[in-house]
Structures are given as structure tokens and as C-alpha cells.
Design a protein around this ligand. Structure first.
Ligand SMILES: Nc1ncnc2c1ncn2[C@@H]1O[C@H](COP(=O)(O)OP(=O)(O)OP(=O)(O)O)[C@@H](O)[C@H]1O
Ligand SMILES: [Zn+2]
Length: 722
């Protein structure tokens, strides 16, 4: 009696593959196997066992199991099966996303312990002319213990020198030291909660209450982190695992440091800057059921936890939780599903929760806990609109804004200037002939980067040298228009020559570790001006920043993207929230050309929930999410006609009943990297209906032959709709 299994591969295929299991092999779902595939072999993951043999078909044998245990435990498999259906993404790719890169490639699921070396034999056995080998031998013999290869290479010795000694038997492999046995640091006691924090903390559901989602609405600087810390300390069992999702770890290294101070080695981190062996190590700790508290970005939601009992999603509104390509999952929503699978509570924290979450709290699907006081003596900052329509501006800054910066610096404090574009200026224009420089591959203008004299496209990797003359008519009246962070930095350095101006954007923080250096300068507390993009709005805790200037608030007010107002208000409140977090009061100046805009006026009252309520009412009136479920079918091809034709075809195939379909329409940036992009928006009052339609549609489209060069993909719960 033969037994068969169904196997998923790491390929964009909406199907599984049947194989036969040799008699001497036992396989369970979640196990990695090697299988013959075409003329090659491939790594596969067992999804189902005991499956029937298809008629008239002889199945090939599985070659081997890569390990005797499932790399993906039951709960993770269930999560990913659900996610593949929900996001309409091929199951194989979803499953492999949950493996560290080394395991995707078929490497062994164990840590390579690095060999350490100790001396053997006599120094005199090494010829005198092999000077470096002798030095290496002498250095090793002076060490108290065997030394790992890396330390030897770090001392400036070469692998060839080490190998020569090894081959001559003059060094031998010593005892191996486990990779991650760092000593447990001294743990600090948790700081006591303030009365308001205590109240919020007690209102959060304990693990015994099973699966519940709670929105912790805590204003900026209210000390949500302290509440999480106490929650973990009180409710996480000694053998339990916890997941704390954060938007971006590199931006706020102090958050991890704060967790480490209280939980020591129990803290592990997960983010994109880890190398392959760090990833494997942490992944194995989780898979082995070690009681870690994992602080991680989006993809940490896919890790193979086996004892997960506490979940927190910090800054739950942050758009970085949504994967922007391929398997377009939301880390936040996967975390919620996990909590449901594990029957445990999950806390979503934010000062500016997403409208989805506010709506869920209003309708009672989520609990709501409010924390509306700042910690300690800090008070929420006063927000003031400054209409700049008829004011002279210097580098985008009004006189009153510059004066406020001067006062702030004179008082020994720090100012933060928020600009929503990196580079020097978003447009270069000729004042004689009107020429602007555009990307040859995209429907966008090139951004001028003055520091490295380049014109760059922010939508593809195109760049070219900047010129002083108009490339079209050679006129010298070729000028930058609008503000970027570099330009604001220059203006501020001119205006305040004795004060350090620190620019924080993607360009200034590219080198690994450079953001830490910049943040340390700010945290020293000495007067300075910070200039930067969204990066500065997120989660930072600068005690001495008392003034925030928003150079231009108008970007999101009139966008075609229905989420733009929500994102604008969230960014403005978050960036404002960096002011006055310490003992000193904070002040915010928002420059705008639309000081009568209701959204901006509501912002000045400083209350997020009423604004969210207003925005939700508008969404409801226009039948938009969260009042309907939304998905976008995107297509791109060598021509716009091809993209539109494909979507037209898809539209005709979708059952129209119970579905609103908009489009097909070209995307806002219709051409990007020479691909012509269009989209079809699908809306339905029920998720189930939308999911059914989508899975039929994707299956049909998948089986049909599409024109060469055409690519399509589905985005469920899209964040970008332009
Ligand atoms: N109970 C407490 N005792 C002492 N200091 C506290 C306490 N709670 C919070 N703080 C301090 O208040 C500041 C703000 O806390 P935290 O960064 O956790 O706020 P937050 O709610 O996460 O804010 P945001 O949403 O703006 O990131 C921090 O410097 C923190 O150390
Ligand atoms: Zn481009």
C-alpha cells in the first residue's frame, strides 16, 4: 500500500504537486523534502499526506526528507493556508516566505558552529621564512582558549596561513563554543506606572480571557511602551513566547534597548538588516519553543512560534505592516489571526489608529482602552496653523517659523523641521522655455539631489548628472522649484550658522548604523535643528525637542487616493507628537496654503478620535473601506492598451452580482520603469463574497494564456489605491 503526499514549491504556481512516499519514509505536513522536479531536484514542503493517486498516473518518489520534523509547525501552516486564500497568493510562495533564506535553499536546519583553533606541535616545525605562520602560531599559543576562525582573520592572518598550519598538523580544532551563549545581563526593575497607565494596564484583557483584540489608543508620549512592558511582565508565562511587532527597528533602536533592560536575553529581534545566519539562529530559537519575546518588523508575523501567548502590535496604523509586492500580506492582520488560532489576546497600540481599527472598536469587535495623558509632567503640544499663501518664504520657511526656531535655540532647546520630500528640490524648471526634467522611463519628474549633483527618479533607479543649464534651450535660468530636505538643511545652516543642522532621510542614513550616530547627537540634548522626512515622525523619544515645524501640510489634502487624508493626519499628529515629550512644553507650527481646511482645523484641537469619526463618516457615505471590502487587480505590460485590455477581460469574467467594480483605469503614475500600469478596483459589502469572486477569477486568469510581457497581481485590502 503506497502513500502519497501533496507538496508545495517556492514558485508562483497556484497548484500543488503529488508525489509518492517511499516505504521507509514517514512524512508529516510542514516537513521539508527533496523531490525530483523536471530534470532537476527541488526543495518542497509537504502540505497534505495520505492523498489519493490521480487516475492513470504514476507518481514519482520523494527523494528524501531534509529533517525528521516539520519545519513549519501546525499553527504556522494553518496561518499560512489562511493567508494564501485571503490574499489570493500561491500557497508555495507563502509557505517559503516563512522560512529563513538558508532553509529555502535547502540548507540544513542547524547552526553551523564555527571551528575554533588551538596550537599543536612545536614552533620550530614551521620554516623560518613562513614568518606570518609563525606569528599566527605564537599568537594562538598565547591565548587562554581556542580561537574561532573569525578572530584569527580579524587579527589580519589569512585563511591560507591557517590552512597551511592545519595541514601540517600544527594547529588543531579546539572545543566549539555555542554561538549564542552570551551571559545574562543584570536586569532592571520596571519603572512604576503612572496612575493613568495603571488604569489602562488594568483594563487590558489577561490571557485567561482567550482571543480578544484590544485597541490601546494612547496619545503620543503617553508611555504605551511602559504599558506593554508591564503587560508582558505580569501576563507572559515563563515558558511562553511573545511577539511585539514594530514598524521599523532600525529607526528606533532605543525601543529594543528598553525591552532588553528588563527582559535581557529573552529579547530577540527580527528585521531586514539581519544576515542569513542571524536569521537562522533566531528562527531556530522560535521553532524550538524557546520562551523568547520577539521584537520584529512585518515578517516576524510569519515566524514558527509554538508557544505564542502574548501579542502586541505597536503603531498599528503604520503602512509598513503591509507588504508592498508579491505576497501582499498585512503583518498586523496576520498577528490578529494568530491570536485567534492560539486563543490569546492581542493588543494594537497607536496614537493614530487606522480607520479600520477605530471602526472595529466602535462596532464592538475590538475592545478600546484609552490613555489620554502624557507620562510624567509632559503636556500635549499646542498646534498652530500658519497660512503661508501671501507670506515671503525662505527655503519654504516663513518668518514666524524662523523666529520660533531662533527662540527655541536661544532657550537651549531643539527644533524639528518636517519636510515630506528628500533631495534638494522635487522639480528643476527652466524659467525661459518652461522645460522640466522628466524621467525617461516613468511619468514623473526627476528630483534634484544637490549633494551628489544628480537628478534622480524616485520611482525607478534612473539617474543622470545635474546641469546648470536648461538641457532644452541652454538658458541659465534653470532653477529648483519646491522643497526637499537638502534645500531646507541649506537654508537653516545659513540662517543658524552656529547650530548643528542634522538631516535625517533615506539618503543620509543609508550606511549601516548611521542613523544611530545621528540620533545620539540629538539625544545628547544640545541645541540643534533636525530636518527630515517621515523617518522623524516615527516613535522617537527626544526629550529636548520643543518645537516642530511642518514645512508644507498640503500634499495629502487633495489627493486622488482615498486614504491620503487619513495618512496625512496620522503623519501630522505623529510628527507633532515629537514636541514637548520631556519636562518642557511643546509647540507645533503647521505651514499651509489652506488654513481653512476642516481637517487641518480639527487637527489643531489635538483630538484624533473625533477626526477619525469624521473621516469614517465620509468613507461610509462613499461606500469605501472599512464599510466595504476592497481588492485591486493590477496589471502592467509594454503598452497601456495591453494592460487595459487584460483588465477589461478580467472585468467581464467577474460575476457582477454583489460587486462594485471600478475601472479599468490607468494608475496615477501610469508608466513606471517603462511598464504601463492599470488597475481594476473591486468592492463588496462582504469579505466572503469578495474572496469567492477573487479566487474564481485568479484561478481562471491563471489558466489562460496571457500576452507576453503582461503581469498581473491581486492586492487585497490595498493601502495604495492610486
Ligand atoms: N511610568 C513611567 N515612568 C517614567 N517615565 C515614563 C513612564 N511612562 C513613560 N515614560 C517616559 O515617557 C516617554 C514616552 O513614552 P513612550 O515612548 O513609551 O510613549 P509612546 O506612548 O510610545 O509615544 P509615541 O506614540 O509618541 O511613540 C519616554 O521617555 C518614557 O521613558
Ligand atoms: Zn523613473
Amino acid at each position: 500500500m503506497t502513500s502519497n503526499v501533496r507538496i508545495a514549491l517556492n514558485r508562483p504556481l497556484r497548484r500543488l504537486f503529488d508525489y509518492q512516499v517511499p516505504d521507509d519514509l514517514q512524512l508529516a505536513p510542514g516537513q521539508r523534502v527533496r523531490i525530483p522536479f523536471g530534470r532537476q531536484s527541488a526543495v518542497g514542503l509537504v502540505v497534505e499526506t495520505g492523498t489519493p493517486t490521480p487516475d492513470n498516473f504514476t507518481l514519482k518518489n520523494v527523494n528524501e526528507a531534509l529533517e525528521a520534523w516539520p519545519v513549519l509547525p501546525e499553527e504556522t501552516l494553518q496561518l499560512l493556508r489562511w493567508a494564501a486564500r485571503y490574499y489570493q497568493h500561491p500557497l508555495g510562495e507563502c509557505l517559503f516566505m516563512a522560512l529563513p533564506p538558508a532553509l529555502r535553499r535547502g540548507r540544513a536546519a542547524e547552526l553551523k558552529t564555527e571551528p575554533s583553533w588551538q596550537v599543536a606541535g612545536e614552533l620550530d616545525a614551521i620554516p623560518a621564512r613562513a614568518r606570518r605562520q609563525r606569528e599566527l602560531w605564537q599568537w594562538l599559543s598565547a591565548q587562554a582558549s581556542a580561537q574561532p576562525t573569525k578572530s584569527i582573520l580579524d587579527r589580519g592572518f589569512s585563511r591560507a596561513q591557517l590552512n597551511a598550519l592545519r595541514d601540517a598538523g600544527l594547529v588543531t580544532q579546539g572545543d566549539q563554543s555555542p554561538v549564542s551563549e552570551s551571559p545574562q545581563p543584570e536586569l532592571a526593575p520596571l519603572p512604576p506606572l503612572t496612575a493613568h497607565q495603571q488604569e489602562a494596564f488594568q483594563a487590558l484583557p489577561p490571557p485567561e480571557s482567550g482571543f480578544t483584540t484590544t485597541l490601546l489608543f494612547g496619545i503620543t508620549g503617553s508611555g504605551k511602551t511602559e504599558v506593554y512592558l508591564h503587560y508582558l511582565e505580569k501576563h507572559l508565562a515563563d515558558e511562553g513566547q511573545a511577539l511585539v511587532l514594530v514598524p521599523e527597528i532600525n529607526l528606533t533602536p532605543q525601543t529594543v534597548a528598553r525591552f532588553r533592560r528588563y527582559f535581557g536575553n529573552r529579547i530577540a529581534v527580527w528585521h531586514s538588516a539581519l544576515n542569513d545566519s542571524e536569521r537562522l539562529e533566531t528562527w531556530l530559537r522560535i521553532r524550538n519553543g524557546e520562551p523568547v519575546i520577539l521584537i520584529g518588523t512585518r515578517s516576524a508575523a510569519l515566524l514558527p512560534f509554538t508557544r505564542l501567548s502574548t501579542l502586541v502590535v505597536d503603531e498599528e496604523h503604520d503602512s509598513s505592516y503591509k507588504q508592498g509586492e508579491g505576497f501582499r500580506y498585512s503583518g498586523r492582520d496576520l498577528a490578529i489571526y494568530r491570536a485567534q488560532l492560539n486563543q490569546c489576546p492581542i493588543i494594537l497600540g497607536s496614537a493614530t489608529p487606522s480607520l479600520e481599527s477605530v471602526h472595529n472598536a466602535q462596532t464592538g469587535r475590538y475592545g478600546l482602552v484609552k490613555l489620554e495623558q502624557r507620562a510624567g509632567q509632559a503636556k500635549p503640544p499646542a498646534i498652530q496653523l500658519m497660512d503661508v499663501r501671501s507670506r515671503p518664504l525662505e527655503g519654504g520657511l516663513s518668518r514666524p517659523a524662523l523666529m520660533a526656531i531662533r527662540q527655541c535655540l536661544d532657550a537651549g532647546q531643539q527644533a524639528l523641521v518636517f519636510v515630506n520630500r528628500r533631495g534638494y528640490a522635487p522639480v528643476m524648471m527652466c524659467f525661459d522655455c518652461g522645460h522640466t526634467m522628466e524621467c525617461p522611463r516613468c511619468d514623473t519628474r526627476l528630483t534634484y539631489h544637490r549633494r551628489d549633483r544628480a537628478m534622480r527618479c524616485h520611482h525607478c533607479d534612473y539617474q543622470t548628472a545635474a546641469t546648470d543649464h536648461c538641457p532644452s534651450c541652454q538658458s541659465e535660468a534653470f532653477k529648483p522649484i519646491g522643497q526637499g530636505t537638502e534645500r531646507t538643511e541649506d537654508v537653516l545652516s545659513e540662517q543658524f550658522p552656529n547650530t548643528p543642522v542634522i538631516r535625517v532621510d533615506r539618503d543620509s542614513t543609508q550606511r549601516k548604523g548611521s542613523i544611530q550616530g545621528l540620533l545620539e547627537r540629538v539625544n545628547s540634548g544640545a541645541p540643534c535643528i533636525l530636518v527630515g522626512t517621515q523617518m522623524l515622525a516615527k516613535g522617537h523619544d527626544f526629550a529636548n525637542v520643543t518645537l516642530v515645524i511642518v514645512v508644507n501640510a498640503d500634499g495629502g489634502l487633495f489627493s486622488v487616493d482615498f486614504r491620503a487624508p487619513e495618512q496625512l493626519i496620522q503623519t501630522l499628529i505623529q510628527v507633532s507628537g515629537r514636541a514637548g515629550r520631556g519636562k518642557l512644553a511643546g509647540r507645533v507650527i503647521v505651514q499651509t496654503c489652506h488654513s481653512d481646511h476642516p481637517l487641518l482645523n480639527a487637527l489643531c484641537k489635538g483630538q484624533y478620535l473625533p477626526i477619525a469619526g469624521q473621516m469614517l463618516a465620509e468613507r461610509e457615505a462613499s461606500h469605501l473601506p472599512p464599510f466595504q471590502a476592497m481588492a485591486i487587480l493590477r496589471a502592467e505590460a509594454g503598452t497601456m492598451e495591453a494592460s487595459l485590455r487584460f483588465l477589461e477581460h478580467a472585468r467581464n469574467m467577474a460575476p457582477a452580482a454583489q460587486l462594485d467594480i471600478w475601472g479599468p483605469l490607468p494608475a496615477v503614475i501610469a508608466r513606471r520603469a517603462d511598464r504601463h500600469r492599470a488597475q481594476l478596483v473591486l468592492l463588496s459589502p462582504t469579505r466572503a463574497q469578495l474572496a469567492r469572486t477573487l479566487s474564481q477569477l485568479t484561478l481562471t486568469l491563471d489558466q489562460q494564456r496571457q500576452p507576453p510581457g503582461l503581469r498581473w497581481q491581486v492586492d487585497v485590502d490595498p493601502l495604495e489605491t492610486g
